[in-house]
Design a protein around this ligand. Structure first.
Ligand code: 4FV
Length: 259
């Protein structure tokens, strides 16, 4: 997958390019990452990329010309029909489903704003989609772009050594993840659930599924609405609900404190 980023701070992307899953995927050629800095495409001696907002108000707004010149250069290198995505709180909430859908794209070009935002004429004429990573305002679109690229890249074949971990991954089927344990077996007074020590694959699988459903029921019951469950899930959910008892789900998914 070819990834382009329009950013005033390309050096920020060194944070994901050199190590980890994303860095290894770049090194292996499963992913390509290319940054285009609007400041390199300015036409004035001061290399101006922003200006004061019409109508007044705080901060600065990114100008069209440098952004468009950088985007044009990116498109000259990107696979044909690569979508242009602006990272913005006004966008569609990015989630696992969108991450999985996006792995099919041959290329994506992310626009990372700075300052108060971007001239609306660039957005309306050149941006295909706006995506948000959450309802808060950051100082730039670079971190959201890195979050999104990381989530998408995990689904690009070859990126993860064990593609099964993506298949098992939480949120893939709309549930939260089950708890994980590793050595040493005893940490203080706490051991490891017997279901994980039994060596019985089916027992372990059932335990993990039950824990994932219980956590989802407790913390994010909204993820369970409108879902069709197979007989095993229905059986496990019924057991979870009985075990948790009435009113066991706190508002806003807050974990119920053990009394
Ligand atoms: C953001 C978000 C975000 C707003 C102004 C960039 C900043 C600045 N992007 N999800 N939340 N972007 O806050 O995606 O230009």
């Amino acid at each position: 997958m070819w990834l382009g980023v329009i950013t005033l701070l390309p050096e920020m992307f060194d944070a994901v390019s050199q190590d980890g899953v994303f860095g290894r995927a770049l090194a292996a050629g499963h992913l390509q990452l290319h940054c285009f800095n609007p400041r390199d495409y300015t036409t004035d001696k001061h290399r101006t990329v922003d200006d004061r907002p019409y109508g007044g108000g705080p901060g600065m707004v990114m100008m069209v010309q440098p952004l468009l010149a950088a985007l044009t250069e990116a498109k000259a290198h990107a696979p044909e029909h690569s979508r242009v995505v602006l990272m913005s709180p006004q966008g569609r909430r990015f989630d696992q489903q969108l991450a999985i859908q996006s792995k099919e794209d041959a290329g994506l070009i992310f626009i990372c704003g700075r300052y108060e935002g971007i001239d609306e004429r660039f957005v309306s004429d050149h941006v295909d989609e706006e995506w948000s990573i959450g309802d808060y305002v950051l100082s730039g679109g670079e971190l959201p772009a890195m979050v999104v690229m990381d989530a998408i890249s995990r689904h690009v074949p070859g990126t993860l050594g064990n593609q099964q971990s993506v298949i098992d991954e939480s949120h893939l089927d709309g549930t939260l993840d089950y708890p994980h344990y590793t050595r040493p077996e005893n940490v203080g007074s706490k051991g490891v659930p017997q279901e994980l020590m039994s060596g019985d694959h089916n027992r372990t699988k059932r335990y993990r599924r039950s824990q994932a459903l219980q956590r989802t029921l407790e913390r994010r019951p909204d993820l369970l609405t409108g879902r069709v469950f197979d007989p095993l899930d229905r059986q496990l959910l019924t057991a979870c609900a009985q075990q948790l008892g009435p009113h066991s789900v706190e508002k806003d998914g807050e974990k119920k404190q053990d009394n």
